[in-house]
Design a protein around this ligand. Structure first.
Ligand SMILES: Cc1cc2nc3c(=O)[nH]c(=O)nc-3n(C[C@H](O)[C@H](O)[C@H](O)COP(=O)(O)OP(=O)(O)OC[C@H]3O[C@@H](n4cnc5c(N)ncnc54)[C@H](O)[C@@H]3O)c2cc1C
Length: 413
């Protein structure tokens, strides 16, 4: 079953529908009320995912949460699905891990134990978990809530390793990473990446945007399956949380969640949280929700149409998606960018593996850079140059130029 078919069968509380958001009861943006700056820094965005999963447990609606956290074993992988059965364990599993994980062992470990759980995952994980529960009647009784996390694409473990190496921690010495370190007073997008070495235990940090591959638009180490995904807002989940990447919220360094509810009980818990002043939520429209993930939609809808058409033209198998193959889904320059990005994802895995084999980070950086430069040439429109100038702080001169042009035009009129 595709996302629409699952949602139609399972999300009957959510009677409204939009092609970007899927089914919904309400859409909002907000965050939990933080007790301290440490609390702010402990979560990825507005912290509502952790808040809600803790509430589900407090209300006795579930016995535990199946979610991703730091692995307990000292060996790899760094992060894995695990079972949280106390508020403290849920708290310990905060933060996004842009790292591949699988839930097979966790599901197997709880199957038949008589307890109920909320499952937290990115869209494809939620859909897969829903489908597992369709097949397996025991798990179907146990997994009673599906909590979605918005996803741009999943990364291989090389993403963490390549960024860590760039901050001075080579793969052989890597203990753990933090993908989202918030910086007080900055724009929420300007987060940092940190890596800890086994021996020194010191966390080495750099602005994510300054690292090669740090821009999500370049899609380094994206998994191949993500090239075929059209689900941004975890359309089969009872509720989904993401980042509200909208100008009015990005300014706040604490981070702001976008939230879409599709289950009445969860919608009520969130509204009660607002009434008790534990959380803040503003209402948003489906169009605002979509524009908070604008790049994501370009990649997953226009981009997917082009990639499917390219596969068909090359005689390659491609899955059937809700988006139809169409090489004209985007203007030619955008099509070139979509293809350049796909190429970056494809080559990045091998280039990094070769760098690890030869013990030379420079080898990866030198070889991936031309692919990124090619992508960026297509990304650079005159408008995006103006936008960059604005972001760099030329706000006043930008307004002056606009003012002068407006005056000249009105003088002519
Ligand atoms: C691979 C990936 C890509 C993402 N891309 C986008 C995007 O393009 N746009 C956007 O708005 N948001 C994206 N997000 C979501 C974003 O990073 C935040 O997770 C989300 O905004 C929730 O923030 P929070 O403060 O409520 O989360 P927190 O309260 O910090 O809780 C985070 C929750 O996510 C779970 N989690 C962490 N890593 C994973 C994982 N690998 N798989 C499944 N669950 C996990 C944790 O167990 C925890 O329950 C992505 C997340 C991931 C994992």
């Amino acid at each position: 079953m595709n996302e629409d078919q699952i949602a139609d069968a399972k999300l009957v509380d959510a009677s409204q529908h939009d092609s970007a958001t899927g089914r919904y009861i309400s859409i909002g943006a907000g965050r939990r009320k933080f007790a301290s700056d440490e609390d702010v820094k402990g979560v990825t965005s507005g912290g509502l995912t952790t808040w809600l999963t803790q509430e589900l447990m407090t209300h006795g609606l579930v016995d535990g949460v199946i979610q991703v956290g730091e692995s307990q074993d000292s060996g790899r992988p760094m992060f894995s699905y695990q079972i949280s059965e106390s508020a403290e364990e849920v708290r310990a599993a905060r933060k996004s891990r842009y790292y591949p994980v699988n839930f097979a062992d966790s599901m197997a470990s709880v199957r038949g134990n008589g307890k109920t759980y909320a499952f937290v995952g990115v869209p494809c994980q939620v859909r897969a978990a829903r489908l597992v529960c369709e097949e397996d009647v025991v798990l179907r009784e146990q997994i009673v809530y599906f909590v979605g996390i918005v996803c741009g694409h999943m990364k291989s473990a090389a993403y963490a390793e390549s960024l860590a190496w760039q901050v001075g921690v080579p793969p052989s010495e890597l203990d753990t990473v933090d993908f989202r370190i918030k910086r007080q007073g900055t724009n929420a997008r300007e987060y940092q990446f940190g890596a800890k070495a086994v021996r020194s235990g010191e966390m080495r940090v750099a602005d994510t945007g300054s690292l090669v591959g740090g821009s999500w638009g370049h899609a380094v180490f994206q998994l191949g399956a993500c090239d075929y995904c059209d689900d941004i807002f975890a359309e089969t989940a009872d509720v989904v949380f993401g980042d509200a990447w909208l100008q009015q919220y990005e300014r706040d360094w604490r981070g702001t969640n976008i939230v879409i509810t599709r289950n009445l009980e969860i919608d009520r818990i969130l509204k009660d949280g607002v009434a008790r002043s534990e959380i803040e939520l503003d209402g948003l429209t489906p169009a605002q929700a979509a524009s908070s993930q604008a790049g994501n939609f370009r990649h997953r809808r226009q981009g997917l149409a082009v990639r499917l058409a390219d596969d068909l033209a090359a005689g390659r198998w491609a899955p059937r998606k809700r988006v139809a193959p169409d090489v004209n889904a985007a203007p030619p320059r955008r099509v070139a960018l979509i293809r350049a990005r796909r190429e970056i994802s494809r080559v990045s895995h091998d280039l990094f593996a070769q760098a690890v084999d030869s013990g030379s980070l420079a080898l990866y950086i030198e070889r991936i850079r031309p692919y990124i430069a090619r992508h960026d040439r297509y990304a650079r429109s005159p408008w995006s140059k103006l936008r960059t100038l604005r972001q760099l702080g030329f706000r006043r001169s930008f307004s002056r130029i606009v003012g002068r042009v407006a005056k000249m035009v009105s003088a002519r009129v």
